[in-house]
Design a protein. Sequence first.
Lengths: 317, 317, 317, 317
Amino acid sequence: MSYRYAYLGPRGTFTEAAVRLLGGDGQREALPCPSIQATLDTVRGGQAELGVVPIESSVEGGVTATLDELAVGTEVAICAEVLVPVEFALLARPGTRLDDVKTVGGHPVAQPQCRRWLAANLPQADWLPAASNSDAAMQVAEGQLDAALAGVFAAELYGLVALATDVHDRDDAVTRFVAVRLPTAPPEPTGADKTSVVAFLADDHPGALMDILGQFAFRGVNLTRIESRPTGERIGRYRFFIDCEGHVAQARVGEALMGLKRICSDVRFLGSYPEAGDSQAGNVPRSGNRPTNVMPNASDEEFLEAAQWLARIRSVG
Amino acid sequence: MSYRYAYLGPRGTFTEAAVRLLGGDGQREALPCPSIQATLDTVRGGQAELGVVPIESSVEGGVTATLDELAVGTEVAICAEVLVPVEFALLARPGTRLDDVKTVGGHPVAQPQCRRWLAANLPQADWLPAASNSDAAMQVAEGQLDAALAGVFAAELYGLVALATDVHDRDDAVTRFVAVRLPTAPPEPTGADKTSVVAFLADDHPGALMDILGQFAFRGVNLTRIESRPTGERIGRYRFFIDCEGHVAQARVGEALMGLKRICSDVRFLGSYPEAGDSQAGNVPRSGNRPTNVMPNASDEEFLEAAQWLARIRSVG
Amino acid sequence: MSYRYAYLGPRGTFTEAAVRLLGGDGQREALPCPSIQATLDTVRGGQAELGVVPIESSVEGGVTATLDELAVGTEVAICAEVLVPVEFALLARPGTRLDDVKTVGGHPVAQPQCRRWLAANLPQADWLPAASNSDAAMQVAEGQLDAALAGVFAAELYGLVALATDVHDRDDAVTRFVAVRLPTAPPEPTGADKTSVVAFLADDHPGALMDILGQFAFRGVNLTRIESRPTGERIGRYRFFIDCEGHVAQARVGEALMGLKRICSDVRFLGSYPEAGDSQAGNVPRSGNRPTNVMPNASDEEFLEAAQWLARIRSVG
Amino acid sequence: MSYRYAYLGPRGTFTEAAVRLLGGDGQREALPCPSIQATLDTVRGGQAELGVVPIESSVEGGVTATLDELAVGTEVAICAEVLVPVEFALLARPGTRLDDVKTVGGHPVAQPQCRRWLAANLPQADWLPAASNSDAAMQVAEGQLDAALAGVFAAELYGLVALATDVHDRDDAVTRFVAVRLPTAPPEPTGADKTSVVAFLADDHPGALMDILGQFAFRGVNLTRIESRPTGERIGRYRFFIDCEGHVAQARVGEALMGLKRICSDVRFLGSYPEAGDSQAGNVPRSGNRPTNVMPNASDEEFLEAAQWLARIRSVG
């Protein structure tokens, strides 16, 4: 079966690399979109089954456009995630020598991530920011720039070669991408899943956040991420993006989400999906290989036993 | 319909007063038993439908024989509770004047509760302890004592009169009694109920008790009592008697008990039953008149809404 | 130096055994007292430097007379504790054979603790309760009883011999005794200490007990015991006896106690003292040999570093 | 006395408005800087006593450049904050009529905040983004644009007039600015203060964030804001920006910060400073007028009493 993937374009970016990793070996059609909102709208309108957008950078933090769109835009559901190592190469036209490089371009965030390499190897070159790394590569192909900082996979696309690889200063930077689709039943639990929600506080009484965390902790559910974002109403009003280990189909997660639902003014379920491995290597597995660390007394079996016990004491004392 | 009540005898004690309060206006047959264990065994063996025993004194604390029997004896279920004011009268044979009283008897705990009155009014009288207040009253009837400290209701039983009433120093002492029966479905929720359980700790890791309390707190269930008792195994091993507001049929209580069940090595359900009013007056209502203070976001309606929401996100995202 | 020890008498009981264990090899004078209150009053009045009373039984639980006296009587300070194994022997006059034993006596709690041995070895003997095990032994010496259940150390006192030892059914029963003195600076920390307090709740708002436990937990202090006792005012009002690991001189314990003091209507400090070993053997060490398990980030060094950091940011930002 | 204020320029922006509000009526010299880092470096290098930068928008959330610079750059201390309403006017050259406006410019974030007004009043005008609102106003002055979205205070600076005021869609948007200086003793407590810190987790064990929150909650300190930011090391590693009510000089805040210091791998103190009022009006007071809501049992008096009590029991039991 063939799927259409909308993604934050243009071609040749790390997002497109995420599409390849998420798509596996099957057939797929990839549709680059001009913005995060446009990518999600393509899914919402049915022009693509899946949309791929960045959600979090290990260097820059949450991608606010994605977070806000997921929180308040028309609902879509996360069905997969992938971690893409942010590995830069210096791309140039074939035949270019390092000494020839007088101008270097790339996305504005690329330059600080390669600062040391540039200072050591191209101290005289001028930096010229571009709309995306891919756009800089295209400018190299067109002769407007001498070299571009981009993923090595962009070279073939624009007929370039890599003068140098691994030119980034920090070798463990990674960006997390998610694939979204129209809301439907979540993918089956794999044993290593994550669940994402947005919690809107009913009020900001002291301890409100602690009450939220308690809903997870006292049911043995481990959080992997919590990020506050303003609601836009006024300073001091936040909503919380929460990722936890486990799948909504599991008892402990379901009960924690119900608890959250009761104490919050609203909760938006963003999805349960296989957890991406924490690999920094190039071949990031599509689904995680680390089984979720189930905390003591929180397995589905233990929830089931407790439910059976409750049913018994309710009926026969 | 007529019920047989076994109770901790003999006749004429505060326990028999509890039987009257619990039994309402209906027909009942009351069977005095020689001990707490004998009372419960009478229920276990089917010789009585209900057993009435003291469980807690506002002055003396938990009645350990009752607590231990409920925790580890063959299971019975608490189906009602009542609070009986501990109000002493000085009973004597008709015609006796206060000046005539040279000897006073009663249960050993009666004397310290009336110490100030005795010192002021009978400074010369000898105190002679008896097996029960009722036993002292009987000795008065038989001429072995001049007066007895007992409930005023014991007077008629033994042909005595009250020389003085309200001779106790503290005017708000109260004893809590429970009625137990063979395990069966709990009485219907009344809107003002209590639930009692015994929790056995899986281990004594730091914070174990806090984890137990959290199971209630994070589901909006209020505790009314917690008492630790040794398991008998070694110093430092305890089981906890916990009373909470609400009925096992309610969602918040059910979920809290399931949580308790998961994190404890064992939980014994002792019953859900109407809460006794906190009245100090003689006419203690059989069922409480104070509706349970449901904490925010913890009503059955809110639990139901959350469950419906969970079912929806599990099936359609 | 010689100390006078008041203790709950009479001679020949387990409490006297506790005095021996607490007193070490030094000279001491032991004064048996008729009650727990009388023992403490002897210390309060200066007739003895130390008073020894039972505080907790691994079988029976807290000794309420001791707890209540410590909580509301004139203040005394716990300065030591000891665990005494409850090991019964069958004592008789020299020359008595087991077949000769027709009557057996002891404290009322002794009989159930030796039930199985008695059933197997003296099925025909009558049980006659006494005021204390020692009193039963005395009656044996005087010929009123054939045998007594008592500690083997009572034999010599009354000129008796042990017909059998270890006649108790459960071989790990133990009673915890404390030594108290007039309030003064606590003994020096040993590295394995305990601290005891009584906490009086300001009110019984939901979560009050959890707030109390949190004062310890969030400062890395482990609780070893918590027991609720009624205040005597009305059903539902309790005070809590709390034992924690560590010494009041330690920063984490001091800060936890200050937190407790702030949130409670009152806190009574009962003392810091060396923890008794959890040994079941006869030679229980006076001070524990297990170093307190200091939780992460809760050592005095870490508290000191944090205090120095705070002083710095307060003065220079 | 005259102060030099470095601020994120250019002139005519909301940041400059913040400088005016922070500077009061005294003399001041304001130095516009090209970036947040440059602004802070001007303070670090001693070229200005104070630096003013945006830290949080009620619409956009935390200003990551400011947060990251405060967390890991050379230390500076926040000494004041101010809330500036984000109120846009449409500025044009004198004599311009609304009908004449064919092009409108401003900072990229200005356009979405005035979308509805623009659609209703200037549906045909082209939007041309500028480096800042002030830059757009300058372009209007120079005739390159017809109108600019900017604060009304920018009009005088560039010889413009306001064709319309309050053209923003949402009337309660506000940006929070802070003034920083070289680390020194914090300003005196005013009774309505805030304290800001950055907490670096020692590890990401389950419950780590709850432990952090507990350090505040169990000492009665209310949080006003918590924001997670990646450390840059890898996905799943965060540091937390925490604002709480109160001043580091207060006992409850000091103790909470010490607790945080102990359980975190590191804590950076960012400052204690007067809390800005939550006013949406133009005349935002420099220091808040709402006294901090001190939680029960958490006043300095209660901390002092507890400390005195602790000193007493440590010395005399």
